[in-house]
Ligand binder design. Structure first.
Ligand SMILES: [Zn+2]
Length: 261
């Protein structure tokens, strides 16, 4: 059984400040360690649950250089750096998808580091009319490849969002949001145990969980933060402009729709 772990940073245990997830200073280096520890706990849980192959994608910020490679569990393999056009590169053949360290969608009250794709430029995003964040987006990419999302970890708002979109998914709530940059955090040992045990149960239950499917044709609507920030019909003929901040594209899949945006 193959498990694919897509990672983000905002929902990792111990992370509660923007500096934890932005390249640079001491806080970011701590954030990398927290991410690596959550990944190791998750990998351990997957193998304990019966996985015989685990692939982990370093997903935060698109650079693929957040994980501390030399400290990673030696039983899994890691998709790092750039180069693949696929958001979930090497997902093929997976029996379950885990979204580790995810965050609630843009605009969620009292959610730690909430946003959808880009806090600077994305305001709201819909797939076939449903307001959707990164949990729904990646679960849908899993779904269109026949892979169910079996576990999500993050703060309480991310876990509630996951349960709303993905019936049967297991969640590991490692912190409780008070604001964009703060909340009540579980200590490291407790958070890692929760992730490990949830991953074990999720892998054992994977066959019972249905993939999340957004039926094609997929219409993706994006409302930007700033006025005038929409492509013209001339540069992207498949774009339908709704207003000065909002446009939509239609595509054969969620993954293709994301490219067309
Ligand atoms: Zn992120």
């Amino acid at each position: 059984m193959k498990v694919y772990v897509m990672t983000d940073m905002e929902g990792i245990s111990g992370i509660c400040r923007r500096g934890h997830v932005m390249k640079g200073d001491e806080l970011y280096q701590a954030g990398r360690r927290y991410l690596t520890w959550d990944v190791n706990a998750c990998v351990e849980g997957c193998f304990a649950g019966g996985a015989d192959e685990v692939v982990v994608k370093d997903g935060h910020a698109g650079r693929g250089d957040n994980l501390i490679w030399e400290e990673l569990d030696s039983r899994a393999e890691y998709v790092m750096g750039g180069g693949s056009a696929r958001r979930l590169a090497e997902l093929e053949g997976s029996d379950g998808l885990i979204l580790l360290g995810f965050h609630a969608m843009a605009g969620t009250p009292e959610a730690i580091l909430e946003h959808t794709m880009s806090s600077a430029s994305w305001q709201n995003f819909w797939l076939n009319g449903t307001l959707t964040g990164e949990i729904g987006i990646d679960a849908a990419i899993g779904g269109e490849n026949g892979v169910p999302t079996i576990m999500v970890s993050g703060d309480d708002k991310a876990c509630a969002e996951a349960e709303r979109f993905l019936p049967g998914v297991l969640t590991a709530c490692v912190k409780y949001g008070h604001a964009v940059e703060g909340g009540r955090l579980l200590p490291a040992e407790k958070a890692h145990r929760l992730i490990r045990e949830t991953a074990t149960r999720a892998v054992q239950k994977a066959a019972e969980i249905e993939p999340y499917v957004v039926e094609p044709p997929v219409t993706a609507r994006l409302e930007k933060v700033s006025r005038g920030d929409v492509p013209s019909h001339g540069e992207k003929p498949y774009v339908k402009v709704i207003d000065g901040r909002t446009y939509e594209v239609t595509a054969d899949s969620v993954e293709q729709a994301l490219w067309r945006l």
